[in-house]
Design a protein around this ligand. Structure first.
Ligand code: GLU
Length: 523
Protein backbone atom coordinates (compact mmCIF):
# COMPACT_ATOMS: atom_id res chain seq x y z
CA UNK A 1 0.00 0.00 0.00
CA UNK A 2 2.75 2.42 1.11
CA UNK A 3 4.68 1.61 -2.04
CA UNK A 4 1.73 2.21 -4.30
CA UNK A 5 1.06 5.62 -2.72
CA UNK A 6 4.70 6.50 -3.20
CA UNK A 7 4.59 5.28 -6.78
CA UNK A 8 1.51 7.38 -7.45
CA UNK A 9 3.15 10.47 -5.94
CA UNK A 10 6.26 9.97 -8.06
CA UNK A 11 4.16 9.54 -11.17
CA UNK A 12 2.22 12.66 -10.36
CA UNK A 13 5.45 14.61 -10.13
CA UNK A 14 7.25 13.11 -13.07
CA UNK A 15 4.52 12.56 -15.58
CA UNK A 16 2.67 15.77 -16.00
CA UNK A 17 -0.27 15.03 -18.25
CA UNK A 18 -2.67 17.66 -19.38
CA UNK A 19 -6.28 17.85 -20.35
CA UNK A 20 -6.87 18.20 -24.02
CA UNK A 21 -9.94 20.02 -25.09
CA UNK A 22 -12.04 17.06 -26.05
CA UNK A 23 -15.78 16.69 -25.82
CA UNK A 24 -15.64 12.94 -25.27
CA UNK A 25 -14.14 11.36 -22.17
CA UNK A 26 -15.19 7.79 -21.43
CA UNK A 27 -14.03 5.19 -18.99
CA UNK A 28 -13.90 1.50 -18.26
CA UNK A 29 -14.32 1.02 -14.52
CA UNK A 30 -13.86 -2.62 -13.54
CA UNK A 31 -13.71 -3.94 -10.01
CA UNK A 32 -10.60 -6.07 -9.53
CA UNK A 33 -12.54 -9.10 -8.38
CA UNK A 34 -11.17 -11.63 -10.85
CA UNK A 35 -10.30 -12.16 -14.45
CA UNK A 36 -11.38 -9.93 -17.29
CA UNK A 37 -14.21 -11.75 -19.02
CA UNK A 38 -15.92 -11.28 -22.33
CA UNK A 39 -18.60 -8.95 -20.94
CA UNK A 40 -15.94 -6.69 -19.43
CA UNK A 41 -13.88 -6.80 -22.59
CA UNK A 42 -16.91 -5.76 -24.64
CA UNK A 43 -17.58 -2.79 -22.31
CA UNK A 44 -13.93 -1.72 -22.47
CA UNK A 45 -13.88 -2.12 -26.24
CA UNK A 46 -17.04 -0.14 -26.94
CA UNK A 47 -15.83 2.71 -24.76
CA UNK A 48 -12.46 2.60 -26.48
CA UNK A 49 -14.03 2.65 -29.96
CA UNK A 50 -16.34 5.47 -28.95
CA UNK A 51 -13.39 7.51 -27.69
CA UNK A 52 -11.29 6.88 -30.78
CA UNK A 53 -14.19 7.55 -33.13
CA UNK A 54 -14.81 10.91 -31.48
CA UNK A 55 -11.19 11.86 -31.01
CA UNK A 56 -11.73 11.60 -27.28
CA UNK A 57 -10.06 10.12 -24.22
CA UNK A 58 -10.39 6.61 -22.84
CA UNK A 59 -9.75 6.13 -19.14
CA UNK A 60 -9.20 3.01 -17.07
CA UNK A 61 -10.35 3.39 -13.47
CA UNK A 62 -10.12 0.65 -10.88
CA UNK A 63 -13.15 0.44 -8.61
CA UNK A 64 -11.89 -1.33 -5.53
CA UNK A 65 -14.02 0.18 -2.77
CA UNK A 66 -15.31 -3.24 -1.77
CA UNK A 67 -11.99 -4.39 -0.39
CA UNK A 68 -13.40 -7.74 0.72
CA UNK A 69 -13.83 -8.74 -2.94
CA UNK A 70 -10.50 -7.54 -4.25
CA UNK A 71 -8.42 -10.35 -5.74
CA UNK A 72 -4.63 -9.88 -5.53
CA UNK A 73 -2.94 -9.47 -8.93
CA UNK A 74 -6.31 -8.87 -10.61
CA UNK A 75 -5.35 -5.32 -11.60
CA UNK A 76 -2.11 -6.43 -13.27
CA UNK A 77 -3.92 -9.24 -15.04
CA UNK A 78 -6.61 -6.86 -16.21
CA UNK A 79 -4.09 -4.44 -17.55
CA UNK A 80 -2.27 -7.22 -19.35
CA UNK A 81 -5.47 -8.56 -20.89
CA UNK A 82 -6.51 -5.12 -22.11
CA UNK A 83 -3.12 -4.42 -23.65
CA UNK A 84 -3.11 -7.85 -25.28
CA UNK A 85 -6.50 -7.07 -26.79
CA UNK A 86 -5.16 -3.77 -28.14
CA UNK A 87 -7.24 -1.57 -25.85
CA UNK A 88 -4.81 1.01 -24.61
CA UNK A 89 -6.04 3.63 -22.18
CA UNK A 90 -5.02 7.27 -22.40
CA UNK A 91 -5.21 7.67 -18.63
CA UNK A 92 -4.83 4.80 -16.18
CA UNK A 93 -3.28 3.85 -12.83
CA UNK A 94 0.10 3.18 -14.39
CA UNK A 95 0.49 6.04 -16.82
CA UNK A 96 -1.62 8.39 -14.80
CA UNK A 97 -3.24 11.54 -16.17
CA UNK A 98 -4.72 14.87 -15.12
CA UNK A 99 -7.65 13.45 -13.12
CA UNK A 100 -5.94 10.73 -11.07
CA UNK A 101 -5.46 8.82 -8.95
CA UNK A 102 -7.21 6.18 -11.01
CA UNK A 103 -7.66 3.64 -8.24
CA UNK A 104 -10.57 4.35 -5.94
CA UNK A 105 -8.86 3.17 -2.75
CA UNK A 106 -6.33 5.96 -3.35
CA UNK A 107 -9.10 8.56 -3.53
CA UNK A 108 -10.64 8.17 -0.06
CA UNK A 109 -9.86 11.74 0.90
CA UNK A 110 -11.74 13.01 -2.14
CA UNK A 111 -14.88 11.03 -1.24
CA UNK A 112 -14.60 12.30 2.35
CA UNK A 113 -14.62 15.88 1.10
CA UNK A 114 -17.49 15.30 -1.32
CA UNK A 115 -19.79 13.56 1.12
CA UNK A 116 -19.63 16.57 3.42
CA UNK A 117 -21.25 18.60 0.64
CA UNK A 118 -24.25 16.27 0.62
CA UNK A 119 -24.48 16.26 4.41
CA UNK A 120 -24.39 20.04 4.43
CA UNK A 121 -27.06 20.51 1.79
CA UNK A 122 -29.33 17.99 3.47
CA UNK A 123 -29.20 15.30 0.76
CA UNK A 124 -27.41 12.83 3.00
CA UNK A 125 -27.55 11.92 6.69
CA UNK A 126 -25.76 9.92 9.36
CA UNK A 127 -27.28 6.56 10.11
CA UNK A 128 -26.58 4.85 13.43
CA UNK A 129 -28.72 1.75 12.92
CA UNK A 130 -26.95 -1.34 14.17
CA UNK A 131 -26.39 -4.42 12.04
CA UNK A 132 -28.81 -6.19 14.43
CA UNK A 133 -31.59 -3.76 13.67
CA UNK A 134 -31.00 -4.02 9.92
CA UNK A 135 -31.06 -7.79 10.17
CA UNK A 136 -34.35 -7.58 12.02
CA UNK A 137 -35.82 -5.42 9.24
CA UNK A 138 -34.66 -7.98 6.70
CA UNK A 139 -36.26 -10.82 8.63
CA UNK A 140 -39.53 -8.95 9.07
CA UNK A 141 -39.68 -8.26 5.33
CA UNK A 142 -39.00 -11.90 4.57
CA UNK A 143 -41.78 -12.97 6.93
CA UNK A 144 -44.21 -10.61 5.19
CA UNK A 145 -42.90 -11.74 1.75
CA UNK A 146 -41.74 -8.22 0.98
CA UNK A 147 -38.53 -6.96 -0.59
CA UNK A 148 -36.18 -6.01 2.29
CA UNK A 149 -35.74 -2.28 2.42
CA UNK A 150 -34.23 0.12 4.97
CA UNK A 151 -37.02 2.09 6.65
CA UNK A 152 -35.07 5.39 6.55
CA UNK A 153 -35.40 5.79 10.32
CA UNK A 154 -32.26 7.89 10.84
CA UNK A 155 -33.48 10.44 8.26
CA UNK A 156 -35.64 11.78 11.03
CA UNK A 157 -33.06 12.13 13.83
CA UNK A 158 -32.77 15.63 15.19
CA UNK A 159 -29.55 17.55 14.61
CA UNK A 160 -28.80 17.56 18.35
CA UNK A 161 -29.32 13.84 18.53
CA UNK A 162 -26.90 13.29 15.65
CA UNK A 163 -24.31 15.62 17.19
CA UNK A 164 -24.58 13.82 20.50
CA UNK A 165 -24.14 10.39 18.91
CA UNK A 166 -21.18 11.55 16.87
CA UNK A 167 -19.62 13.06 20.00
CA UNK A 168 -20.00 9.73 21.74
CA UNK A 169 -18.21 8.08 18.84
CA UNK A 170 -21.19 5.88 17.88
CA UNK A 171 -20.57 3.71 14.87
CA UNK A 172 -22.34 5.12 11.83
CA UNK A 173 -22.54 5.23 8.07
CA UNK A 174 -23.86 7.90 5.73
CA UNK A 175 -26.99 7.42 3.67
CA UNK A 176 -28.34 9.30 0.68
CA UNK A 177 -31.96 10.50 0.70
CA UNK A 178 -33.67 8.83 -2.23
CA UNK A 179 -36.56 10.69 -3.77
CA UNK A 180 -39.05 9.22 -6.24
CA UNK A 181 -37.84 9.04 -9.86
CA UNK A 182 -41.02 8.84 -11.92
CA UNK A 183 -39.51 10.56 -14.98
CA UNK A 184 -37.67 8.65 -17.67
CA UNK A 185 -34.02 9.18 -18.50
CA UNK A 186 -32.68 8.91 -22.02
CA UNK A 187 -30.57 5.84 -22.56
CA UNK A 188 -28.30 6.21 -25.62
CA UNK A 189 -29.03 2.60 -26.54
CA UNK A 190 -32.46 1.78 -25.09
CA UNK A 191 -34.23 5.14 -25.38
CA UNK A 192 -36.52 6.30 -22.55
CA UNK A 193 -36.16 4.26 -19.37
CA UNK A 194 -38.28 4.78 -16.29
CA UNK A 195 -37.43 3.09 -13.05
CA UNK A 196 -38.41 4.39 -9.65
CA UNK A 197 -35.70 3.21 -7.26
CA UNK A 198 -37.42 4.60 -4.19
CA UNK A 199 -40.19 2.02 -4.57
CA UNK A 200 -37.88 -0.93 -4.14
CA UNK A 201 -35.06 0.52 -2.06
CA UNK A 202 -34.58 2.40 1.18
CA UNK A 203 -32.02 5.19 1.38
CA UNK A 204 -28.72 3.68 0.18
CA UNK A 205 -25.48 3.83 2.11
CA UNK A 206 -22.97 6.04 0.35
CA UNK A 207 -20.21 5.99 2.95
CA UNK A 208 -19.60 2.88 5.03
CA UNK A 209 -18.65 2.92 8.69
CA UNK A 210 -15.04 2.06 7.77
CA UNK A 211 -14.70 5.29 5.79
CA UNK A 212 -14.94 3.59 2.39
CA UNK A 213 -17.51 4.89 -0.06
CA UNK A 214 -19.93 2.47 -1.71
CA UNK A 215 -19.86 1.82 -5.44
CA UNK A 216 -22.70 4.21 -6.33
CA UNK A 217 -21.21 7.20 -4.57
CA UNK A 218 -17.59 6.72 -5.64
CA UNK A 219 -18.69 6.00 -9.20
CA UNK A 220 -20.66 9.25 -9.49
CA UNK A 221 -18.02 11.40 -7.78
CA UNK A 222 -15.30 9.98 -10.01
CA UNK A 223 -17.27 10.23 -13.23
CA UNK A 224 -17.88 13.88 -12.42
CA UNK A 225 -14.35 14.75 -11.31
CA UNK A 226 -12.83 12.83 -14.20
CA UNK A 227 -15.13 14.82 -16.49
CA UNK A 228 -16.66 11.73 -18.03
CA UNK A 229 -18.99 12.76 -20.85
CA UNK A 230 -20.59 9.40 -21.70
CA UNK A 231 -21.05 6.27 -19.62
CA UNK A 232 -21.30 3.08 -21.66
CA UNK A 233 -21.71 0.09 -19.37
CA UNK A 234 -23.45 -3.25 -19.05
CA UNK A 235 -27.25 -3.29 -18.91
CA UNK A 236 -27.09 -4.79 -15.42
CA UNK A 237 -26.26 -1.26 -14.22
CA UNK A 238 -29.29 0.32 -15.88
CA UNK A 239 -31.44 0.09 -12.75
CA UNK A 240 -28.74 1.99 -10.83
CA UNK A 241 -28.76 4.91 -13.25
CA UNK A 242 -31.80 6.72 -11.77
CA UNK A 243 -30.03 6.58 -8.39
CA UNK A 244 -26.87 7.98 -9.94
CA UNK A 245 -28.87 10.75 -11.58
CA UNK A 246 -30.32 11.67 -8.19
CA UNK A 247 -26.80 11.95 -6.82
CA UNK A 248 -25.79 14.26 -9.67
CA UNK A 249 -28.83 16.37 -8.95
CA UNK A 250 -28.04 16.52 -5.24
CA UNK A 251 -24.55 17.80 -6.03
CA UNK A 252 -25.87 20.22 -8.64
CA UNK A 253 -23.70 18.57 -11.31
CA UNK A 254 -24.55 17.95 -14.96
CA UNK A 255 -24.66 14.17 -15.48
CA UNK A 256 -22.93 12.40 -18.35
CA UNK A 257 -25.02 10.67 -21.00
CA UNK A 258 -25.74 7.05 -20.20
CA UNK A 259 -25.90 4.13 -22.61
CA UNK A 260 -26.26 0.50 -21.59
CA UNK A 261 -24.97 -2.51 -23.45
CA UNK A 262 -27.17 -5.61 -23.77
CA UNK A 263 -26.22 -8.90 -22.18
CA UNK A 264 -24.00 -11.32 -24.03
CA UNK A 265 -25.25 -14.90 -23.84
CA UNK A 266 -23.84 -18.31 -24.61
CA UNK A 267 -24.83 -19.82 -27.95
CA UNK A 268 -27.59 -21.85 -26.23
CA UNK A 269 -29.08 -18.67 -24.76
CA UNK A 270 -27.83 -19.30 -21.21
CA UNK A 271 -26.13 -16.56 -19.21
CA UNK A 272 -22.33 -16.42 -19.17
CA UNK A 273 -21.20 -17.85 -15.87
CA UNK A 274 -18.03 -17.04 -13.93
CA UNK A 275 -17.42 -20.77 -13.74
CA UNK A 276 -17.03 -21.07 -17.50
CA UNK A 277 -13.38 -21.00 -18.56
CA UNK A 278 -14.28 -19.77 -21.99
CA UNK A 279 -15.53 -16.41 -20.82
CA UNK A 280 -12.09 -15.41 -19.57
CA UNK A 281 -9.97 -13.34 -21.92
CA UNK A 282 -6.81 -15.15 -20.82
CA UNK A 283 -8.38 -18.46 -21.87
CA UNK A 284 -8.38 -17.22 -25.46
CA UNK A 285 -4.92 -15.72 -25.06
CA UNK A 286 -3.58 -19.10 -24.05
CA UNK A 287 -5.43 -21.06 -26.70
CA UNK A 288 -3.89 -19.38 -29.71
CA UNK A 289 -6.63 -16.91 -30.59
CA UNK A 290 -5.45 -13.66 -32.13
CA UNK A 291 -6.60 -10.57 -30.21
CA UNK A 292 -8.32 -9.04 -33.21
CA UNK A 293 -10.23 -12.28 -33.83
CA UNK A 294 -11.57 -12.20 -30.27
CA UNK A 295 -12.49 -8.54 -30.74
CA UNK A 296 -14.41 -9.36 -33.94
CA UNK A 297 -16.11 -12.23 -32.14
CA UNK A 298 -17.58 -10.02 -29.43
CA UNK A 299 -18.51 -7.22 -31.81
CA UNK A 300 -20.23 -9.76 -34.02
CA UNK A 301 -22.47 -10.69 -31.10
CA UNK A 302 -23.68 -7.28 -30.00
CA UNK A 303 -24.01 -5.11 -33.09
CA UNK A 304 -23.06 -1.45 -33.01
CA UNK A 305 -21.47 -1.17 -36.45
CA UNK A 306 -22.47 0.38 -39.75
CA UNK A 307 -21.56 -2.31 -42.27
CA UNK A 308 -22.37 -3.26 -45.77
CA UNK A 309 -23.27 -6.85 -46.50
CA UNK A 310 -20.35 -8.73 -47.94
CA UNK A 311 -18.09 -11.69 -47.37
CA UNK A 312 -17.01 -12.38 -43.82
CA UNK A 313 -14.08 -10.20 -42.77
CA UNK A 314 -11.91 -9.94 -39.71
CA UNK A 315 -11.95 -6.17 -39.31
CA UNK A 316 -9.00 -4.18 -38.08
CA UNK A 317 -9.26 -1.65 -35.28
CA UNK A 318 -9.19 1.13 -37.88
CA UNK A 319 -12.24 -0.43 -39.60
CA UNK A 320 -14.07 -0.98 -36.32
CA UNK A 321 -13.50 2.62 -35.24
CA UNK A 322 -14.84 3.87 -38.56
CA UNK A 323 -17.89 1.61 -38.43
CA UNK A 324 -18.77 2.04 -34.75
CA UNK A 325 -22.16 3.60 -34.09
CA UNK A 326 -23.95 3.56 -30.73
CA UNK A 327 -27.30 3.78 -32.52
CA UNK A 328 -26.60 0.41 -34.12
CA UNK A 329 -26.11 -1.45 -30.84
CA UNK A 330 -28.75 -4.17 -30.46
CA UNK A 331 -31.10 -3.82 -27.54
CA UNK A 332 -31.74 -7.54 -27.38
CA UNK A 333 -29.35 -9.85 -25.63
CA UNK A 334 -26.92 -11.26 -28.12
CA UNK A 335 -25.70 -14.81 -28.45
CA UNK A 336 -22.06 -15.69 -28.97
CA UNK A 337 -21.29 -17.94 -31.91
CA UNK A 338 -18.06 -19.82 -31.19
CA UNK A 339 -17.79 -21.06 -34.79
CA UNK A 340 -17.44 -17.41 -35.81
CA UNK A 341 -14.46 -16.98 -33.52
CA UNK A 342 -12.61 -19.75 -35.35
CA UNK A 343 -13.60 -18.26 -38.67
CA UNK A 344 -12.22 -14.86 -37.65
CA UNK A 345 -9.07 -16.46 -36.36
CA UNK A 346 -8.49 -18.29 -39.61
CA UNK A 347 -9.06 -15.12 -41.61
CA UNK A 348 -6.53 -13.31 -39.46
CA UNK A 349 -4.05 -16.18 -39.72
CA UNK A 350 -4.29 -16.16 -43.50
CA UNK A 351 -3.90 -12.42 -43.70
CA UNK A 352 -0.85 -12.46 -41.40
CA UNK A 353 0.73 -15.22 -43.46
CA UNK A 354 0.39 -13.11 -46.56
CA UNK A 355 2.94 -10.68 -45.23
CA UNK A 356 6.46 -12.11 -45.45
CA UNK A 357 7.59 -9.80 -42.70
CA UNK A 358 5.74 -12.09 -40.31
CA UNK A 359 7.70 -15.19 -41.35
CA UNK A 360 10.24 -14.93 -38.57
CA UNK A 361 7.58 -14.61 -35.88
CA UNK A 362 5.64 -17.55 -37.29
CA UNK A 363 8.74 -19.72 -37.51
CA UNK A 364 9.67 -18.95 -33.91
CA UNK A 365 6.12 -19.58 -32.68
CA UNK A 366 5.91 -22.92 -34.49
CA UNK A 367 9.32 -24.05 -33.21
CA UNK A 368 8.23 -23.31 -29.66
CA UNK A 369 4.82 -24.88 -30.12
CA UNK A 370 6.15 -28.09 -31.66
CA UNK A 371 9.07 -28.41 -29.24
CA UNK A 372 6.78 -27.92 -26.24
CA UNK A 373 4.25 -30.40 -27.61
CA UNK A 374 6.71 -33.20 -28.35
CA UNK A 375 9.44 -32.83 -25.72
CA UNK A 376 10.80 -36.39 -26.15
CA UNK A 377 11.18 -35.87 -29.88
CA UNK A 378 12.87 -32.59 -29.23
CA UNK A 379 15.30 -34.33 -26.92
CA UNK A 380 16.16 -37.07 -29.44
CA UNK A 381 16.61 -34.46 -32.19
CA UNK A 382 14.08 -36.03 -34.55
CA UNK A 383 11.89 -32.97 -35.04
CA UNK A 384 12.20 -31.33 -38.42
CA UNK A 385 12.00 -27.68 -37.66
CA UNK A 386 13.90 -25.88 -40.36
CA UNK A 387 12.54 -22.56 -41.56
CA UNK A 388 11.65 -23.70 -45.09
CA UNK A 389 9.72 -26.70 -43.90
CA UNK A 390 7.80 -24.65 -41.35
CA UNK A 391 6.83 -21.98 -43.86
CA UNK A 392 5.82 -24.53 -46.47
CA UNK A 393 3.78 -26.40 -43.90
CA UNK A 394 2.06 -23.21 -42.79
CA UNK A 395 1.15 -22.34 -46.32
CA UNK A 396 -0.32 -25.79 -46.82
CA UNK A 397 -2.07 -25.86 -43.46
CA UNK A 398 -3.60 -22.40 -43.39
CA UNK A 399 -6.86 -23.43 -44.98
CA UNK A 400 -7.09 -26.48 -42.70
CA UNK A 401 -6.40 -24.90 -39.32
CA UNK A 402 -8.09 -22.18 -37.35
CA UNK A 403 -5.26 -21.53 -34.97
CA UNK A 404 -1.57 -22.29 -34.83
CA UNK A 405 -2.06 -24.79 -32.00
CA UNK A 406 -4.05 -26.98 -34.41
CA UNK A 407 -0.71 -27.76 -36.06
CA UNK A 408 0.13 -30.12 -33.22
CA UNK A 409 -3.31 -31.71 -32.90
CA UNK A 410 -3.36 -35.53 -33.33
CA UNK A 411 -4.57 -35.08 -36.92
CA UNK A 412 -1.57 -33.04 -37.93
CA UNK A 413 1.12 -34.35 -35.60
CA UNK A 414 2.48 -36.39 -38.54
CA UNK A 415 3.82 -33.12 -39.95
CA UNK A 416 6.45 -33.05 -37.23
CA UNK A 417 6.70 -36.50 -35.79
CA UNK A 418 7.29 -39.88 -37.44
CA UNK A 419 4.31 -42.01 -36.43
CA UNK A 420 5.21 -45.09 -34.41
CA UNK A 421 5.74 -48.14 -36.56
CA UNK A 422 3.63 -50.41 -34.46
CA UNK A 423 1.82 -52.40 -37.12
CA UNK A 424 2.60 -56.01 -37.35
CA UNK A 425 4.06 -56.45 -40.78
CA UNK A 426 1.68 -59.33 -41.45
CA UNK A 427 -1.30 -57.04 -40.98
CA UNK A 428 0.13 -54.43 -43.25
CA UNK A 429 -1.26 -55.14 -46.67
CA UNK A 430 1.03 -55.05 -49.68
CA UNK A 431 4.21 -54.53 -47.68
CA UNK A 432 6.35 -55.76 -50.53
CA UNK A 433 4.69 -53.43 -52.99
CA UNK A 434 5.34 -50.55 -50.61
CA UNK A 435 8.96 -51.60 -50.50
CA UNK A 436 9.15 -51.33 -54.28
CA UNK A 437 7.30 -48.03 -54.21
CA UNK A 438 9.67 -46.47 -51.69
CA UNK A 439 12.59 -47.28 -53.97
CA UNK A 440 10.82 -45.90 -57.02
CA UNK A 441 9.79 -42.73 -55.25
CA UNK A 442 13.42 -41.93 -54.49
CA UNK A 443 13.88 -41.50 -58.21
CA UNK A 444 10.97 -39.11 -58.73
CA UNK A 445 12.31 -35.65 -59.40
CA UNK A 446 11.87 -33.11 -56.60
CA UNK A 447 9.75 -30.77 -58.80
CA UNK A 448 7.41 -33.62 -59.68
CA UNK A 449 6.92 -34.42 -56.05
CA UNK A 450 3.64 -32.59 -55.83
CA UNK A 451 0.06 -33.57 -55.13
CA UNK A 452 -1.19 -33.76 -58.70
CA UNK A 453 1.70 -35.66 -60.24
CA UNK A 454 1.89 -37.98 -57.27
CA UNK A 455 -1.81 -38.79 -57.47
CA UNK A 456 -1.44 -40.00 -61.07
CA UNK A 457 1.80 -41.73 -60.25
CA UNK A 458 0.25 -43.70 -57.39
CA UNK A 459 -2.77 -44.71 -59.47
CA UNK A 460 -0.57 -45.98 -62.23
CA UNK A 461 1.71 -47.72 -59.78
CA UNK A 462 -1.19 -49.56 -58.11
CA UNK A 463 -2.47 -50.58 -61.52
CA UNK A 464 0.87 -51.82 -62.78
CA UNK A 465 1.47 -53.81 -59.62
CA UNK A 466 -2.00 -55.29 -59.53
CA UNK A 467 -2.94 -54.03 -56.07
CA UNK A 468 -6.29 -52.38 -55.26
CA UNK A 469 -5.65 -48.62 -55.12
CA UNK A 470 -7.76 -48.01 -51.98
CA UNK A 471 -5.95 -50.75 -50.04
CA UNK A 472 -2.56 -49.43 -51.02
CA UNK A 473 -3.59 -45.93 -49.98
CA UNK A 474 -4.70 -47.18 -46.58
CA UNK A 475 -1.31 -48.73 -45.99
CA UNK A 476 0.55 -45.67 -47.18
CA UNK A 477 -1.54 -43.35 -45.05
CA UNK A 478 -0.91 -45.45 -42.02
CA UNK A 479 2.85 -45.51 -42.61
CA UNK A 480 3.08 -41.82 -43.34
CA UNK A 481 0.81 -40.47 -40.64
CA UNK A 482 -0.45 -43.22 -38.37
CA UNK A 483 -3.95 -41.99 -39.28
CA UNK A 484 -6.95 -43.87 -40.61
CA UNK A 485 -8.23 -40.86 -42.45
CA UNK A 486 -7.08 -37.33 -43.07
CA UNK A 487 -5.52 -35.49 -45.98
CA UNK A 488 -5.11 -37.34 -49.28
CA UNK A 489 -2.00 -39.53 -49.49
CA UNK A 490 -0.49 -37.62 -52.41
CA UNK A 491 -1.04 -34.40 -50.53
CA UNK A 492 0.61 -35.79 -47.44
CA UNK A 493 3.58 -36.87 -49.53
CA UNK A 494 3.93 -33.43 -51.01
CA UNK A 495 3.91 -31.71 -47.66
CA UNK A 496 6.31 -34.22 -46.10
CA UNK A 497 8.63 -33.93 -49.06
CA UNK A 498 10.44 -36.70 -50.90
CA UNK A 499 13.05 -37.59 -48.33
CA UNK A 500 10.71 -37.88 -45.37
CA UNK A 501 8.12 -39.76 -47.41
CA UNK A 502 10.66 -42.30 -48.58
CA UNK A 503 12.18 -42.64 -45.08
CA UNK A 504 8.77 -43.35 -43.57
CA UNK A 505 7.85 -45.91 -46.23
CA UNK A 506 11.24 -47.54 -46.16
CA UNK A 507 10.60 -48.67 -42.62
CA UNK A 508 8.68 -51.55 -44.18
CA UNK A 509 11.81 -52.90 -45.87
CA UNK A 510 13.90 -52.29 -42.75
CA UNK A 511 11.39 -54.23 -40.72
CA UNK A 512 11.07 -57.08 -43.18
CA UNK A 513 14.85 -57.51 -43.46
CA UNK A 514 15.01 -57.46 -39.66
CA UNK A 515 12.34 -60.16 -39.64
CA UNK A 516 14.24 -62.21 -42.18
CA UNK A 517 17.34 -61.76 -40.11
CA UNK A 518 15.47 -62.79 -36.97
CA UNK A 519 14.08 -65.90 -38.65
CA UNK A 520 17.51 -66.91 -40.01
CA UNK A 521 18.96 -66.41 -36.54
CA UNK A 522 15.97 -68.27 -35.08
CA UNK A 523 15.05 -65.34 -32.83
N1 GLU B 1 -17.29 -1.21 -11.06
C1 GLU B 1 -18.42 -1.48 -11.87
C2 GLU B 1 -18.20 -2.85 -12.50
O1 GLU B 1 -17.47 -3.60 -11.98
C3 GLU B 1 -18.56 -0.40 -12.92
C4 GLU B 1 -19.94 -0.10 -13.34
C5 GLU B 1 -19.97 1.18 -14.16
O2 GLU B 1 -19.38 1.16 -15.23
O3 GLU B 1 -20.50 2.16 -13.72
O4 GLU B 1 -18.73 -3.25 -13.49
Amino acid sequence: MQRSILKTAILQLTQKRFFKKQPVRVRFAPSPTGYLHLGGLRTALYNYLFARKNNGTFILRIEDTDQTRVVPEAVEQLHDDLLWAGIIPDEDPIRFGPTGPYVQSERLEIYGEQVIKLLENGSAYHCFCSERRLEMLRREAARASQVPKYDNRCRHLSQENVKEKLKNGEKHCIRFKLSPTPDPFKDMVYGDITFDVSVSEGDPIIMKSDGYPTYHFANVVDDHLMEISHVLRGVEWQISTPKHLLLYKAFGWTPPQFGHLPLILNSDGSKLSKRQDDIRVDFYRKSGIFPIALINYITHAGGGFEREQGPQECYSYADLIKQFSVEKINVNSSKLRPEKLLEFNQLELCSLLENEKNNKIFVQSVIKLVSDSFPERKADGSLKLDEDHILLTLKWAKSRINKLTDLVSPDLAFLWVVPPFSQNLKELKHAETVQVLSEKLSDVEENNFNKDSLKNYLKEFANNNGVPFAELMRTLRSLLSGLKDGPGVAEMMEILGRKRTVDRLKRVSDESSARNHRSIQGI
